[in-house]
Design a protein around this ligand. Structure first.
Ligand SMILES: [Zn+2]
Ligand SMILES: [Zn+2]
Length: 421
């Protein structure tokens, strides 16, 4: 069972509460395009994660079956012990993902947002699991069962959802032991004193023990030191790899490899050497943004809600589809995965006012219709066959009719002016 899939309604509910609470306190907590990109990154991670999850589970299972030292029962007190173990290894994974360029290239995605709200928690890297699962292997050797491992790792991730908020200031004694919104705000800061601090998952004690703890003092400026300046979730996941490869190709000898293993900010001497993070100030910091027509925002928002439904459906069934021996199920799974990835690409392009945005979007809408036909054996098929085209035509009309009418009125006015004596 995918615990994250079960949590989707809770995530959405809490995001809605945070949004309303922000409005009531007259604080702008959310920025629309940033919100969409955050969730898009989370969606991509879940789509690809379905495949990675199967691989990592198989690896834990293999180690447990072949090489385990003890056989640890699945009782609540061992589960608690495992939770602490997972949290300890998470700290080291997370710390190294900030200190080694090749892992940072994946984890950077989580840090690109210049906002700080619950949607940032869902902004997850698509390829981070390729590195993170390795860190928990010692627990499989020790003899914790693979099922319990997967559940506890998921719970550790789920804990970190609620700490992504500006609306909870300080939690008193709870701050001594647990990771809190205040501690994690520091972690997301690009202020030089906050960089590479507070790597904790659930327990902040690891940072206190290993010297990476920093208290929240001056106001945090969120984001990375070289801003992403894009709403494209693909660019978010690949840009740092591209940058690393570009620097490595220019580097000489062992520096080509060092580029991937050194910490972010390190460059070969002939490319300028180490670059330190610049000082930033919350009052003067200018966030990235692109003006988009409100009706395009509504269009993207409604398409996005529909997509979240499709993603949740995917999350519930992907495991069975991939592991089952039915080829048509696998085709459905791959088709739905490709459609969801195309969706987040296309909606990102619309938010960036790209010239190719609407052509890609039209292609996507047709692909959606073809995809529904692929699910003709499902109970909801005939309903969707009717609903989908109706919904799309209505939304397109909502976006394009006002533009069409405006062009008509303008042409009319121009003609009238020309015709006037
Ligand atoms: Zn981090
Ligand atoms: Zn975070």
């Amino acid at each position: 069972m995918n615990l994250v899939a079960l949590s989707v309604p809770i995530f959405l509910f809490l995001i809605a509460i945070e949004f309303v609470a922000g409005l009531l306190r007259q604080r702008k907590v959310y920025a629309f395009s940033d919100f969409v990109t955050n969730i898009s990154c989370g969606i991509g991670q879940q789509v690809l994660g379905a495949f990675f999850a199967i691989l990592t589970f198989a690896a834990y299972r293999f180690i447990y079956d072949e090489w385990r030292i003890f056989t640890i029962p699945d009782t609540w007190y061992y589960a608690l012990l495992l939770f602490i173990g997972v949290d300890f290894f998470y700290y080291w994974f997370h710390r190294l993902s900030h200190e080694i360029n090749a892992i940072w290239a994946t984890h950077i995605v989580h840090h690109q947002s210049e906002e700080y709200n619950l949607s940032v928690a869902l902004r997850q890297s698509w390829f981070q699991t390729c590195f993170s699962w390795v860190f928990y292997i010692p627990l499989s050797f020790l003899g914790f069962s693979p099922v319990l491992m997967v559940i506890i790792v998921a719970l550790n991730t789920l804990y970190q959802f609620w700490i992504h908020t500006k609306l909870i200031r300080n939690m008193g004694p709870f701050e001594w032991i647990f990771n809190t919104p205040s501690h994690h705000r520091v972690h997301h800061g690009s202020n030089p004193k906050y960089i590479d601090k507070n790597h904790a998952g659930t327990l902040i004690i690891w940072d206190r023990m290993f010297g990476t703890f920093q208290k929240e003092e001056e106001e945090v400026v969120y984001g990375i030191t070289v801003p992403l300046r894009s709403w494209n979730p693909f660019h978010a996941n690949f840009h740092y790899w591209q940058e690393l490869a570009a620097h490595a190709s220019k580097a000489r000898g062992m520096d080509k490899i060092r580029m991937f293993l050194k910490s972010p900010g390190w460059f070969p001497a002939d490319q300028g050497g180490v670059k330190h993070a610049p000082e930033v100030n919350a009052a003067s910091f200018k966030k990235f943004g692109i003006e988009v027509l409100p009706r395009i925002q509504w269009y993207v928002f409604l398409q996005f809600l529909f997509t979240i439904g499709a993603v949740t459906y995917y999350m519930f069934f992907a495991n069975d589809w991939i592991l089952g021996d039915n080829f048509s199920n696998l085709a459905q799974c791959a088709g739905l995965a490709a459609f969801i990835l195309l969706t987040i690409f296309s909606l990102g392009a619309l938010l960036e006012n790209r010239g190719y945005g609407w052509p890609v979007e039209m292609l996507r809408l047709v692909a959606g219709m073809a995809l529904i036909l692929l699910f003709s054996d499902e109970a909801w098929f005939s309903g969707m066959l009717l609903f989908y085209p109706l919904m799309q035509v209505t939304l397109l009309a909502y976006v394009f009719i006002p533009s069409f009418l405006r062009t008509q009125t303008q042409t009319h006015k121009t003609t009238a002016k020309t015709a006037a004596p």
